[in-house]
Design a protein around this ligand. Sequence first.
Ligand SMILES: Cc1ncc(COP(=O)(O)O)c(C=O)c1O
Length: 415
Amino acid sequence: MEEKLMKKLEAGALNFEAYFSEKALGMKASEIRELLKLVETSDVISLAGGLPAPETFPIETIREIAQEVLEKHADRALQYGTTKGYTPLRLALAEWMRKRYDLPMSKVEIMTTAGSQQALDLIGRVFINPGDIVAVEAPTYLAALNAFRYYEPRFMSVPMDDDGMITDILEEKLRKLKAEGKKIKFIYTVSTFQNPAGVTMSEERRKKLVELAHEYDFIIVEDNPYSELRYSGKPVKPVKHFDDEGRVIYLGTFSKILAPGFRIGWIAAEPHFIRKIEIAKQAIDLCTNTFSQVIAWKYVADGHLDRQIPKIIEFYRPRRNAMLEALEEYMPEGVKWTKPEGGMFVWVTLPEGIDTKMTFEKAIAKGVAYVPGEAFFAERNVKNTMRLNFTYVPEDKIREGIKRLAEVLEEEIKG
Ligand SMILES: Cc1ncc(COP(=O)(O)O)c(C=O)c1O
């Protein structure tokens, strides 16, 4: 029977492609994931991934909490929950954000999501009409571009420097649009320790961004998975802190401060926005994983989160330092890179004319992998950049990886 079926399938009985929607036909697998498949099997040092180090997962704490949850809260934890999320967790997060970020939470509501990635999709669903202009940083988080793309916006890129998005350039662009009778729907920013660039928007620019949102009437989506991972420098308040109109939709996640496998993120925004996003989520998954949420609630409410963050920082800081030192030591002239005070990534810029997609295979041959930068730009118009991750690989491997990469780049620059 099985053989018969196989034969039928092989004979191409169905034209599978013909059944997909036009939108599905337009979807493409993330290039990075495709590239990374090349790396997984070999002994290449991968500075390409974006994963937290598994050594930072608080396994014992999770074991204890899970045990307690099953003993005392199984009726809630194993049941469907409300779409907005497990209320004790939502309250604990509100309190944690108030304390941690000095955020006035009284007018803000929190809902939980399946990671902040789901929040990005929900935001696309709720706010983007085809043709709407969505402003993004250049470069920006690739999977946000992909989540939004499904809803067919037009992207407007805003360049960055070491202080994050250059708000003066944004202002110029907004002014031009206004002269044409147009405006943007929202701006998406990864405000702190940006993925992929590693830079942080200055406080001055945060204030300016909120002012511009008021003046030109748009909303701000602030995606903040990394701000707790600070290895040096002074903390900055989220953009949301400077928002007194309800224009900022804030996204948080447990992925980098607990473990990404829990798939829990949250949205903190005006109740009006939350209500609509909640309706959109209902049709997708009814509710976020309840068992994970109850564990996350205990993790926050019992103070484990506050105790865990310094441990993660101590674990990553030497890795960040090792990468910055190795770049300094090995990189040839003409190569520039960002110096992140936190997060997971360093962004490298090579001399004009070098295409990091073309050098990728040479790097693999030398035993090191990175992510070519092109896909992080909405217009895919910048070729000479790359993203390096410093959280997953130990210090000695980071040093060796950078040394190998520097050799490849030196040859490339010499031509
Ligand atoms: C900027 C940014 N936003 C969102 C996400 C998605 O995170 P989550 O695991 O919460 O879905 C990531 C993950 O790497 C990210 O870097």
